[in-house]
Structure formats: structure tokens, C-alpha cells
Design a protein around this ligand. Structure first.
Ligand code: AMP
Ligand code: ZN
Length: 493
């Protein structure tokens, strides 16, 4: 049974500025593209927030029974220092500074990105394509845009002709800009640029001799413009028109505006039905950003090693903190705010842990079905997680009353309540239960201690085949034994 048939979901569509009833192109299926990270440095908590909002959205779609193809790319080429087609490639610059290969930079920070997302209990996307893996597709799109007359070549570079496009289409419709304002507000070309007009953007750039990230093309040895990769990969995996495109609010312009222009120039149709933009995480009222240093790294939050933090916070508490804000609201990070979230998180987990210990009665003092629908209503209202969490706390209050003998619940209602609490808290919000994970850690260490003792006995009996087998097989599952003068200890990786 597909839950989505019973739940009317409304999504705020950035391009219309309205909440709209969500209707996918193919019933039961959703195509969703989210712009991924540019892998030239460690992700900060701000990046994590945007990806977490879409992780929750992906989780809710799956819970509703949709088959979702979720594409989130890795930007490993083409994103220049300055979003307006100028400066060095961010990855090449890092490679130059560190004196390593650009692909080493890419590998290092892609691994970091995945590790961090795993810690926060993210679900992997269905496809995670890279820009460098789709150079051929990008070149094909440039050829098509040239053929349609919306681009021009100068000195081995190709630029999108914004003014020409705007004669038949509307450049600026997503970000609420119009070309006249853009002309007014963009600084004049300094004579160095090959562009006809400053609003134009690069589809292909000829590489300077020192630019090492380069590919052959009909125009020059060069590299694709940043906006092109997302058009190439979204079209390839989701089609010319797909359901949802997401990213952080700061990508609306120019990135997403240019994606629309490229796709419309090729296919003459608007590529995306619902544009979704997640709002920023700020620190001291300023956007967290890699470039300004105004940020907190996930590793710092887990260890507490940042002077903005009073103590460490677990990934689940951090996730709960983020889920307490609506994805379209700005969220300001502070140690006090996340400490308050920690209290709320602990209260929620305590209530969940006590569910299995509650005694059932013949009657219920809580309408579990009405409560559950209120939780769905919150999510159906453009994924309103703060309202959902408020509803979860009305269930917490009831659970605590039953625990104290001040209210009663039937067996069926208790089962239903447990199921739905688990679904909302773990499946959809993506939280994990720290108390249970630390229980698991304790069980693991008790088990390894038993094996260490058996190994010591085997050695005492000179059964080295068995003692080595215990050591090697533990190593094979990531547990390393270390023999020291005070006995054997172990580490996990
Ligand atoms: P980048 O790696 O810079 O391309 O950014 C990856 C994603 O993080 C994009 O969707 C950005 O919009 C988003 N992002 C960057 N800074 C913040 C922030 N302070 N808060 C929330 N999202 C952010
Ligand atoms: Zn993108």
C-alpha cells in the first residue's frame, strides 16, 4: 500500500513563490537532483545542513512509498574561485597550494564528505555522478546550444548569450531578476574578457597554459563552465523534465538560473517542476562559509574543540538541532541553542526507550490516529519538521503520563504509537538513538573481552593456531588486538 495516495503533500516552489500540491510526472516515481559539494575543502556544518534537509525530504518520499531516483553530484571541476567565471579552478588552486594532483584533492575531500555524512546517518543518493565523468555530455550540450543560436565562440571559449536568450525566454525568472536590472547592476567589462556582455556566462573556457585541469573539445583544450555539469547530469539521469531540483538558497543565482537557461535553450522546455532551496546556517548572524573562515567543522562539534562550543555534541544531537528549524528558515548556530536541543533530544529518546516497558490497559487516553495524522500534516505542509517535533513532544508527554500511572493506553494503540514514533523519529528525521548505540558499544567491548580471554587461554595451552585465528579473524572485521605489558587491548576502525 502506498501511503502517498492518502497524504496530500504541499511543496514550496521557489520559482512560483507558492506552496503547491506535489504531483510527480510519473505516478509513484520521483526524480530529484540536488547540487552536491565542490570537493576542495572539508564540508562545514552549513553544507551539512543543506544536504541534511534534502536527506530528510528523500526519507519522507521513501516513507510515503515513492520510488525515488535521487541524484546528488560531486563538483570536481569547473567551479572557479569567483562564481562569475573568473579566477582559478577551486580544486586546481588547492592542488597547487598543497603540491598534489587535483584528483588527490578530489579524492581526499570526497572521502571526507562521505565520512561526515555517514556519521550524521545520511542515506546515500541513488546516483552520485561527477563533473569530470561527464565532460563528453557537457560538450554535446554546448554543441546543441551553439546550434540553436544561444551561444557564441570567442578565442576557443564558448559563452551563453543571455540577451539573445532573453528575447524568447525569461532569464531571471527563478531569482526574480530581470535582464534590465542585471545590465544596470553588473560592472562593465574591463576589456580583458571575451564576453560580448557581462551577463553572459561561460559554457566552455579555453585553458591558460598553467591550467592543468583540461580536456580536448572542438573549440580548445579547456574545461566546462560550472553551471553546465548540473544540466548535463540531471538531463542524463532524470530526463529533460524532472520533478525536483534542490540546493542551498545561495545557488539560486547565478547557478540555477543558468541551468534553466541552458536546458531551455536545448530542449525548449522548463527542466524542473519544483525548485526547492534550503536556507543558510549562520554563525554570529553571518553565513557559515568556507572562504571566510566563519564556520564550524563537523569534526569540531563531535570533539568540542572549537572555542565557540561549550562541550562536544553527538551527530544525532546536531541533527536534532537542525531538524528543529524549518528548512526554509535561517538557523543561527550557538552553543546555548544546541545545548537546549540536547535536552530535548534526551527527553525524546528516554520516552522512546520506555515505550517497550509500558503496561497496556483496556482503554486509551490518547487518540493515536489523530496524533499521527497531525504529524503527517506537519510534513505535508512543506516538510515542517519543527511542527512535527512539537507533535512528537505531545506523544512524549502522554508516554510519560502512562509511565507515571496517570494515563492508560491499549495494546493496539501502544503498538501503533511505537511504530509511528520509530517512523517519524528514525526513518524520516533520520535520528539515531545514542543510548542504544552506546549500549551496542558496551556489548561489543564485552564480546571482544571474551575473545581476548579465550585467546589468552589458547596461548597458555600453546594452541597458537587458535590464538592466531582469533586475532586474524577479529582483524578481518576491523578489530585490532594490541598486546602490551598490562595485557591485551583492542581498537576498532
Ligand atoms: P559548495 O560546496 O560551496 O558548492 O556548497 C555545497 C552546498 O552547501 C550548496 O548547496 C550550498 O548552497 C550549501 N551551503 C553553503 N554554505 C551554506 C550555509 N552556510 N548554510 C547552508 N547551506 C550552505
Ligand atoms: Zn548544481
Amino acid at each position: 500500500m502506498s501511503l502517498y495516495k492518502d497524504q496530500e503533500l504541499k511543496i514550496y516552489n521557489s520559482i512560483t513563490g507558492k506552496k503547491e500540491v506535489f504531483k510527480p510526472i510519473n505516478e509513484g516515481h520521483i526524480g530529484m537532483y540536488v547540487c552536491g559539494p565542490t570537493v576542495y575543502s572539508n564540508v562545514h556544518l552549513g553544507n551539512v545542513r543543506t544536504f541534511m534537509s534534502f536527506d530528510m525530504i528523500f526519507r519522507y518520499f521513501k516513507h510515503l512509498g515513492y520510488k525515488v531516483r535521487y541524484v546528488r553530484n560531486i563538483t570536481d571541476a569547473g567551479h572557479l574561485e569567483n562564481d562569475a567565471d573568473e579566477g582559478e579552478d577551486r580544486i586546481a588552486k588547492k592542488a597547487r597550494l598543497e603540491q598534489i594532483e587535483p584528483m588527490e584533492v578530489v579524492q581526499m575531500y570526497t572521502v571526507d564528505f562521505h565520512n561526515i555524512l555517514n556519521k550524521f546517518n545520511f542515506l546515500p543518493p541513488s546516483i552520485e555522478p561527477t563533473a569530470t565523468g561527464h565532460i563528453i555530455e557537457q560538450i554535446e550540450i554546448i554543441k546543441e546550444i551553439l546550434e540553436k543560436g544561444f551561444a557564441y565562440e570567442v578565442n576557443g571559449s564558448v559563452y551563453f548569450d543571455v540577451l539573445k536568450f532573453n528575447k524568447t525566454n525569461h532569464y531571471g525568472k527563478l531569482s526574480g531578476r530581470n535582464v534590465e536590472d542585471l545590465i544596470h547592476n553588473t560592472r562593465a567589462l574591463d576589456g580583458q574578457s571575451d564576453k560580448k556582455n557581462p551577463q553572459d556566462f561561460a559554457l566552455w573556457k579555453k585553458a591558460e597554459p598553467q591550467h592543468i585541469m583540461r580536456w580536448p573539445s572542438p573549440w580548445s583544450d579547456g574545461f566546462p563552465g560550472w553551471h553546465l555539469e548540473c544540466t548535463a547530469m540531471s538531463t542524463k539521469y532524470l530526463g529533460e523534465q524532472f520533478d525536483i531540483h534542490g540546493g542551498g538558497m545561495d545557488l539560486k543565482f547565478p547557478h540555477h538560473e543558468c541551468e534553466i537557461a541552458q536546458a531551455e535553450a536545448c530542449n525548449n522546455v522548463s527542466p524542473v517542476n519544483y525548485w526547492m532551496h534550503a536556507n543558510m546556517l549562520t554563525l554570529n548572524g553571518q553565513k557559515m562559509a568556507k572562504s571566510t573562515g566563519n564556520n564550524i567543522l563537523p569534526g569540531e562539534i563531535f570533539t568540542g574543540e572549537n572555542d565557540k562550543l561549550s562541550k562536544p555534541f553527538s551527530p544525532s544531537v546536531t541533527r536534532f538541532f537542525m531538524m528543529q528549524a524549518h528548512y526554509r528558515s535561517i538557523l543561527d548556530f550557538s552553543s546555548d541553542a544546541i545545548e537546549a536541543s540536547e535536552k530535548g533530544y534526551n527527553k525524546l529518546m528516554e520516552a522512546i526507550n520506555s515505550l517497550s516497558k509500558l503496561d497496556a490497559s483496556n482503554s486509551s487516553d490518547f487518540d493515536v490516529k489523530a496524533w499521527s495524522q497531525k504529524c503527517y500534516d506537519a510534513l505535508n505542509d512543506d516538510f515542517n519538521t519543527p511542527i512535527l517535533i512539537a507533535e512528537l513532544f505531545s506523544a512524549v508527554k502522554f508516554i510519560n503520563q502512562v509511565k507515571d500511572g496517570k494515563a492508560s493506553v491499549t495494546k493496539n494503540d501502544l503498538e501503533f504509537l511505537t511504530d509511528k514514533m520509530n517512523a517519524f523519529v528514525f526513518d524520516i528525521l533520520g535520528l539515531t538513538n545514542d543510548a542504544v548505540s552506546s549500549d551496542n558499544t558496551n556489548t561489543l567491548s564485552d564480546t571482544v573481552e571474551v575473545l581476548i580471554k579465550l585467546r589468552a587461554e589458547a596461548r597458555a595451552n600453546k594452541d597458537f593456531a587458535l590464538s592466531d585465528k582469533i586475532r586474524d579473524e577479529l582483524l578481518a572485521v576491523g578489530i585490532q588486538l594490541k598486546d602490551g605489558k598490562d595485557g591485551t587491548t583492542f581498537t576498532t576502525n
